[in-house]
Structures are given as C-alpha cells and as structure tokens.
Design a protein around this ligand. Structure first.
Ligand SMILES: [Zn+2]
Length: 178
C-alpha cells in the first residue's frame, strides 16, 4: 500500500514538473526553430542564425551577398543549376539547411532553378514583396533568413507552385551512390 502511495506521489510530481519544464524550455529557446533534416528523415531543432551584414559580406561571394542579403536577383540562365538534372539536395548556400530536393525540380524555361515544393514548409519562410510595383511572394531560408527567390502560382502538379530560386542561394549536394 505504501508503495502505491509513493508511486502516486511520484507520478503527480512528474506530471506537475513536466509542463513547467516545457514552459522553461520554450521561454529560453526563442532562437530555436524546427526544420526538416532530409538525411535523418525527421524534424530537428536548430538555432536560428543571425549575423551582421559585415559578417555575411565576409563569408559570402559578392554575388551571393547581393542576392541572399540584399534581395537581389541573378541574371536568368547565369547559374548552371537551372539546367542541372542530377539527383540530390539543394541546401541553403548561407547556412546549409536542406531546402529543395531534385525530386521536385522541373524545367520552367525561366533560366532559374525551379521547384514545385520545398523539402518542408518549415524550412522556408515567405513574405509579401511589393518591390517594382508588383505583388509577389518572397521566399527565404527559415534558419538564416537568406533571400532565395519568389513563389508563383503557375507551377506544375501536385502543388501548382513554382519556387523560382536563385542558383547562388543554393548549394547542391549530389545523392550518394551506393
Ligand atoms: Zn539558410
């Protein structure tokens, strides 16, 4: 009987502490976000990457910096990734987060690498872009904020979306051959 009481006491204690613990974690880790890791096949928690402009400028090529940090656009057909047909993963060129799989890549004829879906909606962020008197959807890396390109509604099935992405924002990693 005593054992049961002790067990109940412990159970209540654990139940009382767990929510507190969760709360403490979520209030401390404002910088953690969940992204999908393709090689692990699961969501992982990673720290958001925040750097100053000067730091990014040092790490990136001038073209990468212009496109990913100043929301620039590379010239159409200027990057070899637009016609790359190899199997593999397109990761963020700024932070290495998995962004687009070759499985969702298609030839849009626009001269920019085009995909009908990211590896996970969690790995990218979107916002409304009103530059040049156009209403467009801007897409960026969820982890480091790197500007990737824009999303349009004229893509192929199954999503009907066209993620029009700058090649310099991506880093292609070919699939390992067994
Ligand atoms: Zn990134």
């Amino acid at each position: 009987m005593k054992k049961i009481k002790m067990f109940l006491f412990l159970a209540v204690l654990v139940l009382a502490l767990v929510p507190l613990n969760l709360f403490a974690e979520s209030s401390q880790s404002n910088n953690l976000i969940a992204v999908y890791d393709v090689s692990k096949g699961e969501m992982i928690n990673v720290e958001k990457i925040e750097k100053t402009d000067a730091e990014w400028k040092k790490e990136l090529t001038p073209e990468q910096y212009h496109v990913t940090r100043q929301e620039g656009t590379e010239r159409a057909f200027s990057h070899s990734y637009h016609h790359l047909k190899e199997k593999g993963m397109f990761k963020c060129s700024n932070c290495g987060t998995d962004l687009y799989s070759s499985d969702t890549k298609f030839d849009s004829g626009t001269g920019w690498p085009s995909f009908w879906a990211p590896v996970s909606e969690k790995n990218v962020g979107m916002k409304t872009d009103r530059k040049f008197f156009m209403l467009r959807t801007e897409v960026h890396c969820a982890r480091c904020g790197a500007h990737l390109g824009h999303v349009f509604d004229d893509g192929p099935k199954p999503t009907g979306k066209r993620h029009c992405i700058n090649g310099v924002a991506l880093n292609f990693v070919p699939e390992k051959q067994d």
